[in-house]
Design a protein around this ligand. Structure first.
Ligand SMILES: NC(=O)c1ccc[n+]([C@@H]2O[C@H](COP(=O)([O-])OP(=O)(O)OC[C@H]3O[C@@H](n4cnc5c(N)ncnc54)[C@H](OP(=O)(O)O)[C@@H]3O)[C@@H](O)[C@H]2O)c1
Length: 366
């Protein structure tokens, strides 16, 4: 969703580069950037095997519509600052291993890197940001610049299923969250393209996604925690996650049970969700959803096929709030994994950085 913002738009759209532009998250970024009021896609990069070729010839477009013509005409670069066009802002949609090697090179060269990859999310000087929840974690960038001597910066967004869960829990944190049990039903696109072989996924559920349960448990605590006296302090929540891959194209569903530190009426939970809003909404950031959380009363919702596109994929949909016989309450939440859970998350982080003047502070310019 592109809407009016209280932040002044740059006189000229800021040139950006997308690393991993041929992948599923990269494609989402390319599509969302094509109509972005502040940022202009100046460069795309993928693996060595595609270097030098035209984006439109190489990309196997696997999201709605077609590759935007301006993007299709771009030459695919190697993911190095020398091969990519100059850009203040770099979006990384690289696999974690490649991100680990490549992202610091861009940050050192002065770019503001907004990353989807897991490589640096849990580092003590790297903000892991959901702008509605913990925009103040960007304060860690001062430490990052000092300790790593980068003229640029590196900010990460969480794992795709963590984002929906954390946004759902954030408005409930004031009631005191003691324990969370979550089981996810994650879409095929969460594994990238081509991802899981169709013969493994059709007529099936795979009860294992490597590293995913640990990511949900550790990342959620970091995001809901605080930046205090120069360090991240995790939220003291006991979290247990189980993750499964299901034959759904897009949209991660999660079945959640929560134990609170106090007795609560369900209406208090519903009211907290309904009223939830943060800095992106106050500032009117271009990609921000107007309504962050939407609760559906129908007993059989949310469902991926019908509800994943809420707020152009940037909203989280909730349903089935009821008492839990083991913990206190249970419910279902759903979020779009490649939009709110990835490309849209990285874009919103970059918009927040622009609004806070942090892009100008990065050293690499167009
Ligand atoms: N899919 C999701 O829902 C989701 C959600 C949150 C976060 N993420 C994270 O976002 C990142 C991208 O995920 P994805 O689903 O888009 O994966 P993907 O579809 O597999 O795409 C991977 C991209 O990385 C490029 N790449 C692969 N190896 C490379 C190398 N050695 N050097 C440079 N580029 C290389 C690929 O380029 P070629 O085409 O040239 O191979 C492609 O553009 C991952 O870190 C993932 O964990 C994904």
């Amino acid at each position: 969703m592109i809407h009016d913002t209280t932040i002044e738009a740059p006189a000229d759209r800021i040139p950006v580069v997308v690393l991993g532009a041929t992948g599923l998250v990269g494609q989402r970024l390319v599509a969302m950037l094509a109509r972005h009021p502040w940022f202009r896609l100046a460069g795309v990069a993928a693996s060595e095997r595609h270097a030098g070729r035209q984006y439109g010839e190489v990309v196997q477009w696997r999201i709605e519509g077609e590759a935007p013509p301006e993007a299709a005409a771009l030459r695919l670069a190697r993911p190095t600052p020398d091969d990519c066009p100059p850009a203040t802002l770099v979006f990384s949609a690289l696999p974690a291993l490649e991100a680990e090697a490549v992202e610091p090179v861009f940050a050192r060269a002065g770019a503001f890197v907004s990353s989807n990859a897991s490589a640096f999310r849990m580092q003590p000087d790297v903000p892991l940001v959901i702008p509605e929840i913990n925009p103040d974690h960007l304060s860690a960038l001062a430490n990052q610049r000092a300790s790593r001597q980068w003229s640029g910066a590196l900010v990460t967004n969480p794992n795709c299923s963590t984002i929906g869960l954390a946004l759902t829990l954030a408005p409930l944190a004031r009631f005191g969250i003691d324990q969370v049990m979550v089981t996810t039903l994650q879409a095929a696109s969460g594994a990238g393209y081509p991802g899981v072989a169709s013969l493994d996924l059709i007529d099936n559920v795979i009860p294992f996604i490597a590293g995913e349960e640990e990511k949900i448990e550790t990342e959620t605590r970091k995001i809901l925690g605080v930046w205090q006296d120069g360090a991240f302090v995790d939220a003291p929540i006991r979290l247990s996650a189980q993750t499964t891959r299901v034959p759904v194209r897009e949209g991660h569903l999660a079945s959640v049970s929560v134990k609170f530190a106090q007795t609560l009426d369900p209406d208090e939970i519903l009211a907290a969700w309904e009223a939830y809003s943060g800095l992106p909404q106050t500032l009117g950031l271009p990609t921000a959803p107007q309504q962050v959380l939407r609760y559906l009363d129908a007993p059989d919702r949310p469902q991926p096929r019908y509800d994943r596109d809420a707020e152009n994929g940037m909203g989280v949909t909730l349903g089935r709030l009821r008492r839990c016989a083991v913990l206190d309450y249970r419910f279902i939440c759903l979020s779009h994994n490649t939009i709110r859970g990835a490309a849209g998350a990285a874009l919103l982080n970059a918009e927040l950085a622009y609004a806070r003047g942090l892009l100008a502070a990065s050293g690499r310019s167009a």
